[in-house]
Write a protein that binds this ligand. Structure first.
Ligand code: G4F
Length: 324
């Protein structure tokens, strides 16, 4: 039986991946922070329904000793490193914990796998933010990196570390360069969930305004459950490689607003307020991915359209609030 270890198992991607691996007969282990067990109702919400089928380990992912103990206990055959601080902050409030969560933790994991389970295949979650102020669009695996946020810099540093362990220590480490991927398990701080949850509240008469930053910003938005299929496929290949995972289609935040409000039969304009304080530094070339390599090698395809993703998120949030 294959044994998988997932860091960040309680997050959006971790929870979908755990479901996928269970369905494929894996023994699934996940790492969560101690605080998660103190507030399981909220922090383990995404995995409540599979808690009895998986094994949870408490650990601090940026602490080498803590990670080593878990790796030596689990002895995984596949490890998916998804845990990170994933909100792209342009403020300089807490760079050190961002670097610890995104870079030091990757080092702890790779070093632990090298020492204790060198046959284990590792997936590293890279991000389109590593391209940052990209000079060309769409971007693929050969495009130069030009990160602009500390988040993008931390992910790029960890990505280079992952490549280094692949090339110099001969570990099987594959990296996904994932573009934005959304679902009803997306955190509320991200723009798509902020919109879907607020539209649901407006529909139910619980809210009457939605404050956003730049609604002309564009993103390549895909469906999170599709993206974990690609992660798994990367570890089933003969050799470890890097893959861009994206839809190749750009939409603006305004497009998302129009679609989301149309689900409840409303026009977005009377409810939406643009606050320039939330604007981020200029995004000159939009981040849009060219996933041709994933299509050809992994036979990976997105399964849902933008409109279907938006509808699913809004309908989920309405049902969730109605239940409350
Ligand atoms: O939803 P966002 O915060 O996602 P962002 O920054 O693109 O990052 C996400 O995707 C990356 C690529 O996969 C990941 F690396 C990262 O971890 C994360 O998952 O913002 C999307 C866009 C931005 O252009 C932002 O300026 O929406 C714009 N936006 C406009 N108003 C807003 C808002 N973003 C947020 N979060 N909140 C707003 O009110």
């Amino acid at each position: 039986m294959k044994r998988a270890l997932i860091t960040g198992i309680a997050g959006q991607d971790g929870s979908y991946l755990a479901e996928l691996l269970l369905a494929n007969g894996y023994e699934v282990h996940g790492i969560v922070r101690r605080e998660a067990l103190e507030d399981p109702h909220h922090r383990l919400l995404n995995i409540q329904h599979i808690l009895r089928d998986i094994k949870i380990h408490v650990g601090a992912i940026d602490n080498h000793l803590s990670i080593y103990k878990i790796i030596s206990l689990v002895r995984p055959s596949e490890c998916y490193h998804l845990a990170s601080s994933s909100f792209v902050s342009y403020s300089f409030e807490d760079e050190s914990s961002l670097l610890a969560n995104n870079f030091t933790a990757t080092h702890a994991l790779l070093a632990g796998i090298k020492e204790l389970a060198p046959e284990c295949r590792v997936y590293f979650a890279g991000s389109s933010e590593m391209f940052g102020d990209a000079r060309i669009s769409p971007q693929n695996e050969s495009t130069s990196f030009n990160p602009r946020s500390v988040y993008g810099i931390s992910k790029l540093a960890a990505f280079h570390l992952a490549r280094n362990y692949r090339e110099h220590h001969k570990l099987f480490v594959a990296a996904g360069i994932l573009y934005n991927h959304e679902s009803s398990r997306r955190g509320y701080q991200f723009v798509t969930r902020k919109i879907s949850s607020t539209v649901a509240k407006i529909h139910l008469g619980l809210e009457n305004r939605l404050e956003l930053g730049n609604i002309d910003a564009q993103r390549d938005w895909g469906y999170a459950p599709d993206y974990v299929v690609a992660m798994h496929a990367m570890l089933q290949q003969e050799k470890p490689e890097d893959f861009v995972i994206a839809t190749g289609v750009l939409h603006s935040v305004r497009d998302f607003l129009i679609e989301a409000f149309s689900v409840v039969g409303l026009d977005y304009e009377p409810y939406t307020y643009v606050n320039p304080d939330h604007f981020r530094p200029g995004e000159v070339v939009p981040l849009c991915g060219d996933a041709n390599k994933a299509r050809n090698v992994l036979h990976w395809r997105p399964t849902k359209t933008f409109g279907q993703i938006v509808r699913e998120m809004v309908e989920f949030d309405i049902a969730r609030l109605e239940k409350k």
